[in-house]
Design a protein around this ligand. Sequence first.
Ligand code: MG
Length: 363
Amino acid sequence: MKITHIQSQLVRLPVDEPLADGPVTRGATRDFVTLTVGTDAGIEGIGITSCGGTMTSALKAAVDALGELTKGEDPLRVEAIADKLRAAAGASGPGGIFTMALAAIDIALWDIRGKAFNLPLASLIGGFRTRVPTYASGALMRNFPLDHVLKAGRRLVESGFKQMKTQLALGGDANPEREVERIRLIRESVGDDIDLMCDINQRWDVRQAISIGQRIEQYHLFWLEDVVAPDDYPGLASVAAALATPIAAGEYVYGLVPFRHMLEARSIDIVMVDVLRAGGITQWLKIAAMAEAFNLPVVNHLYPEISVHLVAAVPNGLTVEYMPWSSKLYEEVPMPDKGELAVPDKPGLGIKFNREVLKRYGA
Ligand SMILES: [Mg+2]
């Protein structure tokens, strides 16, 4: 089998918050680069990537340039192709746009592989289970008014979610008292049986993380995420040592190597891997295996349509972040059901681009 053609497209989806009808900024978009890789066997694989901000067209150019180099290659030789692309990309890697572009190609190659072997991706790469816990993400954001968040939390519980994530580090004139009070009210509104996660998105320093973190331990968070800068491995480690609440991080770092340092420094209790920043499925699986060697669970960041396969495949997969920002790109996607996602049983990723949506929101 040989790769014969590639096609990429920039798609700007309107921002929405479908889980609990959250407030959205009119005109705001979430921008993706979609990729289709075709072969002489008639099998096509799909991938996506995204970097947000003003660099999406540069990311598309990177996908096109790297994609061009895959033509004529055997799509099953994923590592050989990655090696060729890394060499060709020169000093534009190892992080940033190169890695995000490589991820789109890598994902498409795994989709092709699944279709070539007539197996769902999750079965092909480990097949640990066919249903995974999932948590609602994006509905309880720090910039949403508190009364909306309290109602939204109850709505998520009513719709069957058993796990959900909110955010702290409120910014503006917020003080530690308000931070603690907000988490208290959210915990009260969703009840004690719900696994409640909280994302700080790097906005605290180590002292704040320990001091506020200790005061909210009584609300037994399922995890506290990205409490400080993600590459401050010793800083993260001191927070992790000071708190009983599990510390999650990893979504902001690129590739495989930073995870080695985080794990060796005992910085994290839950290993969060973004399939794009990792450089694709190939690297995601290596990071998951590394986490397993440290007896730690692994979770995804974003892209539930792809990530459901990854978390389901590995024995230390904990839960899938259900943040449906990319879901509109596809015709049919796994939907949460009683707090779980079922792995698609079609070959490969088991998802197809929605051509109408791509046409309508294509840039
Ligand atoms: Mg996060």
